[in-house]
Design a protein around this ligand. Sequence first.
Ligand code: ADP
Ligand code: ZN
Ligand code: ZN
Length: 825
Amino acid sequence: MQQQYFVDVILPIPVEKLFTYSISEREFGFIKPGMRIAVPFGKSKIYTALAYKLHRNPPQVYEAKEIHQILDETPVVTEQQLQLWFWMASYYMCAPGEVFRAAVPGVLLLESETIVFKNEKFREAEITLKDDEWLVYEALQHQPILKVTEIAAILDKKNVLPVLKRLLEKDVIRVKEEIHEQYRPKLVRFIRVAPAYDSEEALRELLDTLNRAPKQREVLLSLFSLSAGTIKPVKLKDLQEKTGASPAVINSLLEKEILEDYHIQTDRVGYSGKPVSDTKELNEFQTKALGGIREHFRARDVTLLYGITSSGKTEIYVKLMEEVLARGQQVLYLLPEIALTSQLIYRLQNYFGEKVSVYHSKYSNNERVEVWNNMLQGSSRTQIVLGARSSVFLPFSDLGLIIVDEEHEASFKQFDPAPRYHARDVAVVLGRFHEAKILLGSATPSVESSYNAKAGKYGLVGLKRRYGNVLLPEMELVDIKDKRKKKRMKGHFSDRLIEEIEASLAEGEQVILFQNRRGYAPVMECNTCGHSPQCPSCDVSLTYHQTRKQLRCHYCGYHMALPLSCVACGSSELDTRGFGTEQVEEELKSLFPEARTGRMDSDTTRGKYGYEKIITAFEQQETDILVGTQMLTKGLDFRNVSLVGIMNADSLLNYPDFRAFERSFQLILQVAGRAGRTEKRGRVIIQTYNPYHQILQQASMNRYGDMLTDQLNDRKQFRYPPFYRLIKISFRHKNYNTVREGAEWYTGALRNYFSTANWKREYILGPESPAVGRIRNRYIKDVLIKIPPGQNLKAVKEGIGRIHKSFSAIALYRSIRVAFDVDTY
Ligand code: ADP
Ligand code: ZN
Ligand code: ZN
């Protein structure tokens, strides 16, 4: 009998099992786990699969197909990554292929549906193309975008992935990215003397003519002294600070074309080979905290650093990173997406120069793949990776330390699609695979992490003083119910808030206003019949956006023009209920017509630099008042902010979620932490209808310990984490009755299966329709399983797995989509 050789591959699709393909003896000798292989699948699909295991056993139930081609010479995925991915698939109850798809940048995953277009920057003259490459290139001259399947037709062969791979490497083509960045807007604003005055002669002449404009002359001289002895660019902000010159003086120099301004994209080119500055010397509290962390690390893998906002946590991380780098190991610095600001990137590049790479979902495919490849090649550029949650998937080789900053942040959790993982928890597992240490940092640690520290599982280190002994801001609760009664409200602003804004503006200080809803008003309502327009595909009211004169669905993106009259009764008396950031900004403009306002929410921050633009303007004090959603809360260090206003704290508390109180506490303290970062004490005004609400009281007095005790009591009593573990199973279908029946069948089976003595009926909740019971025309039912302490999680999952198999075998229910969410949020 003929020799037979096989490879098991991971396909990037939600199938439970690996697939076996047949290969030649030569291929058998060549392929290593972690290499990509183009394979045919189904009737006519092509996928990029990942080699996992080589063996000699033919599959039992099907005839193994042959592979198309091997795409790599060396593995692009390491064994440790594969180990982590399989752990994730099993822990989070999803397919290895789903982890594979989430883990690698799209460029590495060419498949029949991938869309290809040409790279506009490519110049023919620069590179010679092979015949097949040329054919693709030419086709793209006539058709701007092509699917991989179409390219297969053009080349008249099935297997085109190797050609595309070569074209990608030569930078001739691009594959479709989620984000199209049409422009590179200004980022940090720098300033220099115009080239016309490069010669000494021209300069002397210029200074002479400026004798009649002493202020302008002074600015110019200051600029010289700032740039003396360094080739570092000078920030406009620094010049303003040094001279105290008004923007008008600098503007007139710009208008006369004596100075010119330019912008640098700080996150990518911040470091340009110039000397790196020394790290800061820690103060006594930081030194003590650092000692404490080292101490814990001797006995434990994980330590929690509970340090209030602006206590100098980052500088402590920096010291730990230095040590790891000195040992030649890598550091992963995880942050929630919105906290990954160029401020922080700049700061780290200043210390570590070229050793810092950034990995961010808003970066293009090419930028991400660059980081990935650098890591595979062991480049020193990736010794420190600063990244959002998906950077846990990168090919680390020798990880020494993982920092999870803002560890309490809910955005570390991926909701959709699978794997529905929590990056902090995955980081702990990743760290253990590498025998690395894990430091969790937060000013408001999650109840879970604090509990783990209490229980002795994690080390705990506290840092209770702001750096430089700056005081925490003073917080004031303002009863807006009472203010309304006494007619002391203007729109959504109480007299207290208005007074404080006025005072800050008068001092030339900046203000942040926080409102947790974007848009103008959440709901539009008819005064006559009470109808409010709903999304046709989701069970939610549409949100009113005034600037665009639209009603929009925040779940599916559906939008319609603002109706002039009620669609139900025809009355033209339409009114709004609730309010969002847009409305706050509008009211501000009429209350403070002189002030320059800005708004930061997901409507104004689309695109890669949308966010940076707004931050930069605020940082450079081109904006006086910034209104925003919780995007404002993270990692921003604005020196000049003296006042933070929370427009309506009640909207935080009223979420139907067991974490709502914890989250409100965290959010309030995080936004408050943006105020008063210099000697002058900052102020926080919290407007609410419930000034005596326990959480608001605790937040306003910064009583984290009390909050923790209360929340732990509640969680224990109502059977929630960290005492019970949760698995949510969601069912979706376009037919309501189908999903209801299916979910009921499933739940019944679960109750039957888990009817042992240790389990109580209350441990399985549902099926229930969630708060939004229909999204994109799919009806939803949720079942929640609460797993009591002491139960073996693995056994529970196996039980669910068994029920799931029987469920999938029922023809009636086969079209129901079932999603598992382990440790649901
Ligand atoms: P956190 O991360 O706890 O919010 P940061 O590390 O950002 O705090 O520190 C707050 C501010 O204090 C920053 O501007 C930082 O540069 C400054 N700072 C912190 N530690 C030191 C230090 N040891 N020496 C000088 N400045 C420091
Ligand atoms: Zn009506
Ligand atoms: Zn919708």
